[in-house]
Design a protein around this ligand. Structure first.
Ligand code: PMP
Length: 306
């Protein structure tokens, strides 16, 4: 594959990408029982890699494992060191990092009791998640609701949750849109399949609140912080679907998606139908932050690249 020259960390050892394989009956392949993270590193001015909010991502990773009672066998700190090792070993100052833990056991049966847990960490080059990122994307409200906390823990970043994301994304793509927007079973705005969502209305920055059925994204927290730093009022609360239609601006955010303007929803133009000023200002501030050019230096873990 395109990744054959990469090295990955697998259960404490660095191995070649093509050596890291699993039996086809592996529990996590059959049942979606894996858990994961998505982290980006950006080049710093001195040429090293700056891993963005590593500690926050690994905290969510170990918390996801705890929610599912999965014994990772590595501490958060050991896993952070492993991420740094993978970035250094592959010499990637700009990359997307994918830590993954799974039941590496091919015995049939749902029970995870006494099943072996493996952890790998891969790092790959990754450009824009959406090809139309700069001009803005067109979305539709999904006919599928976001999974609710009564069904699955939405704050856990577990593979199984992404079937809900995939069916919504597929429906949107099939019907000619770039991405889906999911609502809660009650009809409130939730999130994208792999992104949190923000609106801008009369200079205020709005996002579904912590009580919503959403993954509490790390980029969402970054955006809220830098928007406040820029002097905007930021409100996290329950949001009606129609508030999106009458917003001045809207955007998705996430580690992979970064900040992606939304210019149309359900055939309705948002604001002027192009990326708005507030979105642009927050985007520029995010790019400064990931390169270490803010007061939030603690967000960056620097790794030297040979
Ligand atoms: N929601 C979902 C469902 C996601 O998969 C992601 C990506 N991890 C996000 C939101 C954004 O989270 P973060 O900013 O932590 O990447």
């Amino acid at each position: 594959s395109q990744y054959d020259s990469l090295k990955v960390w697998l259960d404490g050892k660095m191995v070649g990408y093509s050596e890291a394989t699993v039996p086809i009956l592996t529990h996590s392949m059959q049942y979606g029982s894996g858990i994961f993270e998505g982290i980006r590193a950006y080049p710093l001015p001195d040429g090293s890699a700056g891993i963005f909010r590593l500690s926050d991502h690994m905290e969510r990773f170990v918390n996801t494992a705890r929610i599912y009672g999965m014994n990772l066998r590595y501490t958060k700190e050991e896993l952070e060191d492993a991420v740094m090792e993978v970035v250094a070993a592959n010499g990637l100052s700009s990359c997307y990092i994918r830590p993954f833990a799974f039941y590496n056991d091919d015995r049939i049966g749902l029970s995870v009791k006494d099943k072996k847990v493996s952890v790998y960490i891969a790092a790959v080059p990754l450009g824009n998640y959406f090809s139309d990122k700069n001009s803005g994307i067109r979305c539709r409200t999904s006919s599928w609701h976001r999974i609710s906390s009564s069904v699955l823990p939405v704050q856990a970043k577990a593979s199984g949750n992404y079937l809900n994301s995939i069916i919504a994304n597929s429906e949107a793509r099939r019907s000619g849109f770039d991405e889906a927007i999911l609502t809660s079973p009650e009809g409130y705005l939730a999130e994208g399949p792999g992104e949190n969502i923000f609106l801008v209305k009369k200079g205020k920055v709005l996002t579904p609140g912590d009580e919503s059925d959403i993954l509490i994204g790390i980029t969402r927290d970054t955006v809220m912080t830098i928007a406040r730093d820029l002097g905007y009022e930021v409100v996290a609360r329950q949001i009606h679907r129609e508030e999106l239609y009458i917003a001045d601006e809207a955007f998705f955010c996430g580690t992979a998606a970064e900040i992606t303007p939304i210019v149309e929803v359900d055939g309705i133009r948002i604001g002027q139908g192009r990326p708005g000023n507030v979105t642009s200002r927050i985007t520029e501030a995010l790019y400064r932050a990931v390169r270490g050019d803010t007061v939030h230096r603690e967000w960056i873990t620097s790794v030297s690249i040979a």
